[in-house]
Structures are given as structure tokens and as C-alpha cells.
Design a protein around this ligand. Sequence first.
Ligand SMILES: Cc1cc2nc3c(=O)[nH]c(=O)nc-3n(C[C@H](O)[C@H](O)[C@H](O)COP(=O)(O)OP(=O)(O)OC[C@H]3O[C@@H](n4cnc5c(N)ncnc54)[C@H](O)[C@@H]3O)c2cc1C
Length: 462
Amino acid sequence: MPLHRSLWLQETLPDQPVCDPLVGDARADIAIIGGGYVGLWTALRIKELEPSCDVAILERDVCGGGASGRNGGFVLTWWPKFPSMVKAFGRDEALRLTKASESAIDEIGAFCDANSIDAEFVQHGWLWTATSRVQMASWEAVVRASEQLGLDTFARLQPAEVARRSGSPMHRAGVLERKAATVHPAALVRGMREVALQRGVRIYENTHVDTFSREHPVVVKTARGKLVADRAVVAMNAWSVGLPELSRSIAVISSDIVATAPIPERLAAIGWTGGECITDSQMMVCYYRTTRSGRIAFGKGGWGIAYGDRIGPNIDRNQRRARLVEADFRRYYPLLSDVPIADDWCGPIDRTMDGLPLLGRLGGRNHIVYGIGWSGNGVGPSFVGGRILGSLALGRKDEWSECALVDRRQRYFPPEPIRFVGGQLVRSAVITKERAESADRRPPWLAVQLAKLAPSGLEDKE
Ligand SMILES: Cc1cc2nc3c(=O)[nH]c(=O)nc-3n(C[C@H](O)[C@H](O)[C@H](O)COP(=O)(O)OP(=O)(O)OC[C@H]3O[C@@H](n4cnc5c(N)ncnc54)[C@H](O)[C@@H]3O)c2cc1C
């Protein structure tokens, strides 16, 4: 079956040539496996700190072919996970990292400006909403934590204002995180690739890394070549579940998106013209935003679960799941019931138990580092990840390599097949629970109990 690209990649890729694959033997100071946001921000950071460092990226597809070219384009901070971070890292470090994730949004915008990347960067905030009774005030713990620090991170909006801005009375209440932005995901990642090439990063596309040694120097083997490097960075997102050291750190789930045809006049009619990105407060979160051309991209996380490292075509596109996502879109926007869906696609999410990323030294080795587990919030935070991995890869001791996210304690998923079977069971319970709740009905007791076993979500909900 031919690969189905996201609409974002369809709009971006045809204009760009592809880098040659690795053929034969090569050498580099630092090899980066994976050419998404994490690999590219890391490469750019290394070049900023040490311009003469010879960096090579090995990407099995094209840069952005993974989650970075398929996502919803929400550029969020770590504020929604702030209470969890305080618990794990202490207040000062949690605040430092969360502030870094805020600055990352400005820096991504500035990077696009400075390099003339038209990534459709729009900074008009994130509406965190409630679409059922049980979701009301889900944000309270997060918003209160920010207010107690005297910060105005979130605006508390009147319910009518939430309905007005979102263009649908299905949104019963909500808050606005002012700092959040949206981007055209593929334009951003492909723009980053261009800048990396200009700064002397070598990129090998269509180059699948089959294995890499754990000794120093690292020998990276691909189908047609071999690269020897002093240090390596694993930036493989969900695909890193295939590495024995990381296999139980993440579970791979799908996130599925449908995109409407351009409907700018319909958006104007319902009043969703402010450029805010929106989520509901479900565990299997619905997320939606508008685009410059007046489309709606509407996604949902968690319908699909991968067995171990089997990330197959089912995670590139699944039209059964797309119809389920479309049903949620129609429910939230009944006034747009006649609007055609132009495309659908999906991609893998590298979900950790606590919803926060994992960065560190692979199996304790200083010369192989990794950054995974973005858990559905990687567009903005991967910029911070690039800083951390840049410092780790260069062996620097600084505020990034020593931050609390590095080599932190983690909770592991069970091994297969328990993870898959258990995951299906818990997911079915979450679906049953959230279907009942979205109709303001009391969910069955067993579903509620089983749903509690789900890993922590995108936000710390009250
Ligand atoms: C449908 C969807 C919607 C999302 N929506 C949002 C959102 O709105 N906001 C948000 O913040 N986050 C969102 N995310 C998550 C976000 O996209 C990711 O967290 C982010 O892109 C992670 O960047 P990455 O570089 O780690 O991953 P990727 O972009 O997946 O990069 C990893 C790369 O590694 C390559 N690779 C894997 N194995 C190998 C190998 N053996 N050899 C060589 N290369 C290899 C892959 O091809 C891939 O290109 C979404 C994700 C999906 C799938």
C-alpha cells in the first residue's frame, strides 16, 4: 500500500529535494538517529555551541516523515503538567523548566522569523475547555498553581466567551493559556531541516538505522552503509520502543486527525476566527485548530495501541478510526455537519507513564543519549529537548544537562503481551466512561476503576 502522507506533508514535500541516503563508510563527531523536531533541534543546538562539530542525521524516511510532519501543530508549554513536575522535581526546578517551555514558544517564532520559514506561526493561545459536566473545572489545580505564584498564565473566561471564541456552545467552560501558539507542523520541520543543512549538518534521508553498537566509538549500521561516531543521539520518538533499554519506558498509541476542506466563511459565521487552538478535557483528548487557509484540523489521541515495536501502516492511516474522530468533530460542531472532510491521517505517540519526557544516557553510557516520551506534547517542548540533548551530547555540564528531566526516576510499562492486552482493556474502559460522561450520564463503576489504570494524560486534571 502506498504511504499516505499527512496533509501538511502533502503541502510541503513536493517543493523540496530529498537528501541522499548513506552509502558506504562515513565518520562523524555526533550521529543523530531520527530527523524530527528532536533530532533537528539537537543538531542546530550543537552547531550553535560548537560550529566545527561534525554532525550527521540519519533518517529512515524524510525529515518530518514521523510525528513532526503529521501532528496537530499545537505549540504548548509544560504548564498543564506543572503539578506533576512540582511533585517530581520540586517547585523551583518545575518552574524553571516550565518557564523554559514558555520561552521555547517565543524562540520557535523568532527562529522562523530569522530564517524566513513560513510555518504559519500564530500565537493566539490555547482554550482548555469542558464539553461535559464532569469536565468542568478540570484545569483548576493547574490554574491555581500558576495563580498562587502570582502569574497570569491563564485567563479565566466566562462560559459565554468560551462558546463564542470556539464557535460552538458545546464548550461549556474553559480557560485560555495565553502563551500557546499553532504552526504548520511540516513547514516547521522542513524549514528546520533547511537551516540545519545551511549550517553544515549532514543529513541522510531514506536511511534506516538497523543497529548501533553500544561501545565507543558508536558504529551505526544501515542497509547500505556504516557510520562511525564518537557520540550518538537517539531521537527516534515512538520507534525507540524497539531498543531494549527503552522498550518499557513508553507505550505507543495512535493520534488520528481529520481535516476539513477550506471553509473560511463558515468559520467566520460560527465565530471561530481568533486562531485559538482548542482541547476538551477527556483522557482520550480531542484537539482542534484552524489553519491559515480556513480548514479545521480535528484530532483525537489514543484510539490505536501498537503491539510492542510493531508500528505499521495502521499508524500512518486508519479510516475506521478516522470516522470515529469525524463523529466527535460533528458532535462538537453540529453547525458544520455538511462540511466535507478533505483528508485524514495519523501517527504514533510515545507515551510515558507520567506524561513527561525522558532524556538521559542510554543504559548509563555518556556517549549515547536519548530524548523520548513527549506524550503528545512535543512541538514546543522538543525545543527544550534540543538544548538538553545538545549539552548531553557535547558532554557539557550546565543547566540543561543537569536539569531534573535527565536520567530521572520513571515508572515502567509491563512487558508484552501484558502491555497490549492491558492497554486494550483500559482503553475500552476509558471509552465507555467518556461516552457516558459526554452524555452527562454516570459511567459504570468497573469502567471508572479500570480507567484509573491509564497512564497520566496530557494535563494534570482535577
Ligand atoms: C497525529 C499526531 C498529532 C500530534 N499533535 C501534537 C500537537 O498538536 N502538539 C504537540 O506538541 N505534539 C503533538 N504530537 C506529538 C509531536 O508530534 C511529537 O511529540 C514530536 O513530533 C516528537 O518529535 P520527534 O523528533 O521525537 O519525533 P519524530 O518526528 O517522529 O521523529 C523521529 C524520527 O525518527 C525516525 N526513525 C525512527 N526509527 C529510525 C531508524 N531506525 N533509523 C532512522 N530513523 C528512524 C522516524 O522516521 C522519525 O522521522 C502529535 C503527534 C501525532 C502523531
